[in-house]
Design a protein around this ligand. Structure first.
Ligand code: SAM
Length: 229
């Protein structure tokens, strides 16, 4: 469960990103420039975007589905690393456009398809991928938490309902031999995630644990694999 301090920090960060006049519309990450549309998760507020973009085992020559692509850093990096076909989904229409911006900026727009979608809803029924990934909104909040901006769904997941659906449905979109990975951190409710995996007849395996010393605390980022139980 989210404790008060991280919750307050997360809300302040969102508030700044949404309401600060002159908030940057570009940022530098992984040695590249990226555009940032207002209302889209800024890929540098935590190390999560960089950590996951660097740690993912991209299926070179294959297909990659990113749920919740935000500004598109991970999807574009996948294409730049040699993934043949990338599908980027986001529930936030500005994030969909932002992923397109950055795919164009880095010359991979022919291999990155960006769609507005609540989880997997916009996919055609038979679409299958070698790797399915979501860098999740890890902050647990109660079901009645006020999601007062579109940026809130980048950080908060009321009752972990979206993650429960992802865990239950992700394997339906896998090609033979494909993998489902989740990017999260030690601020997540790990026990609840394990329970959700168990309820869906699956289990979680910690693939990578990446520690970063940050301003407010030492953060541990977790790359988890969702497996058949
Ligand atoms: C932590 S942010 C990660 C953004 C980006 N992948 C990154 O690493 O910078 C989570 C993303 O998931 C998206 N999201 C939240 N709920 C979603 C849902 N039900 N369907 C699709 N995307 C969702 C948010 O809009 C946000 O862009």
């Amino acid at each position: 469960m989210a404790t008060k301090e991280p919750l307050r920090l997360a809300e302040e960060t969102l508030e700044r990103a949404i309401n600060t006049e002159g908030f940057p519309d570009t940022f530098t990450l992984l040695g590249r420039e990226w555009t940032l549309r207002r209302g889209v998760f800024p890929g540098t507020v935590t190390a999560a975007t960089e950590v996951m973009a660097s740690a993912l085992p991209y299926p070179v020559g294959g297909s990659f589905l990113e749920v919740g692509s935000g500004s598109g850093v991970i999807s574009v990096t996948a294409a730049l690393r040699g993934v043949a076909s990338v599908t980027a989904l986001d529930i936030n229409t500005e994030a969909v456009a932002n992923t397109e911006d950055n795919a164009r900026l880095h010359g991979v727009e022919s291999r990155v398809r960006s769609l507005h979608s609540d989880l997997f809803a916009a996919l055609a029924p038979r679409e299958r991928f070698d790797l399915v990934f979501w860098n999740v909104p890890w902050t647990w909040v109660p079901n009645d938490f006020s999601m007062s901006s579109r940026l809130h769904s980048a950080v908060f997941d009321p009752g972990y309902r979206a993650q429960a659906r992802f865990i239950a449905e992700a394997h339906d979109h896998l090609a033979p031999g494909g993998r489902v990975l989740i990017g999260t951190a030690d601020l997540a409710d790990g026990a609840l995630l394990e329970r959700l995996a168990g309820d869906a007849g699956r289990r979680l395996r910690l693939l990578r644990r990446i520690r970063r010393i940050e301003v407010h605390r030492v953060m541990e980022y977790w790359l988890l694999e969702l497996l058949e139980a």
